[in-house]
Design a protein around this ligand. Structure first.
Ligand code: MF3
Ligand code: CO
Ligand code: CO
Length: 252
């Protein structure tokens, strides 16, 4: 069942969304050569605690981190630890914050001194896929119009979309209905209605779409070990126009 949020619920979603976005921004600023993924996790955990929130990930099905940090060929769900970030890496950061009963979920891939033009193009394609998907998320459209928009951007750029992981409704739970695949035909699935809140999250691979899960039970990596990018916003469908991005940091 897809939950339509009241305007009061949406006000709460803006708060948790903003918190997640601010944590993501700060963690992204700290990413650099020599930094370990575990250090990023500690920074996020401290910030979330200082805000009076909770990580939506910590303890989720036994997940041991506060955020996910996925490097290069890692697609999503990388567990923070001793891995040291190096020049030329791309680092996908995923942050989920629960505050006052509502979840904000947002992700971004950042580049660390990347010079390979193909990797830069992959990162830009992931960002564009999310932007285009948010624009496609208008009241009256069908859910799969969002999926199709993502797939089109990825495939036109010569890349592939991950099939085993999807976007999702978001609200009082991190993962609500509906599932939002990053591929599919136009015109299928439920009609988007004002007050629906969705986590739209393209995962785009430079090479083949197939992925494997590592022995740690969490880290997802591309089967061909080529790089992958991940961008995510929690959004709310409006009466008119593109969805409202909830995971926006407050301008300072
Ligand atoms: N935030 C992820 C998503 O976008 C889910 C992470 S679950 C975790 O849906 F347990 F790995 F943290
Ligand atoms: Co996420
Ligand atoms: Co998500």
């Amino acid at each position: 069942m897809i939950i339509i949020k009241s305007s009061d619920d949406l006000a709460h979603m803006r708060v948790s969304g903003q918190m997640a976005a601010e944590v993501l921004n700060e963690v992204a600023r700290k990413v650099g050569p020599g930094v370990t993924t575990g250090e990023l996790d500690v920074l996020a955990a401290d910030m979330i605690a200082a805000m009076g929130g909770k990580s939506a990930f910590y303890g989720y099905r036994g997940y041991p981190g506060h955020i996910c940090v996925s490097v290069n060929e890692e697609v999503v769900h990388g567990i923070p630890g001793h891995r040291r970030i190096q020049m030329g890496d791309i680092v996908s950061l995923d942050v989920g914050v629960v505050y006052d009963g509502f979840v904000g979920d947002t992700a971004r891939t950042v580049m660390v001194g990347v010079t390979d033009p193909e990797v830069i193009r992959l990162v830009h394609t992931g960002q564009r896929a999310l932007d285009v998907a948010v624009e496609a998320a208008v009241a009256g459209a069908r859910l799969s119009d969002v999926s199709h928009a993502i797939e089109t951007v990825a495939v036109d750029a010569g890349y592939s979309v991950v099939r085993d992981f999807v976007g999702h409704g978001v609200g009082r739970s991190m993962h609500e209905d509906p599932q939002i695949p990053n591929y599919g035909p136009r015109g299928k699935g439920p009609k988007l209605k004002p007050g629906m809140t969705l986590a739209i999250e393209p995962m785009i691979n430079m090479g083949m779409f197939e992925v494997d899960v590592m022995g740690d039970g969490w880290t997802v990596l591309t089967r061909d070990r080529k790089p992958s990018v991940h961008f995510e916003h929690s959004v709310a469908i409006r009466e008119e126009g593109p969805a409202e991005v909830l995971t926006c940091a407050k301008k300072k």
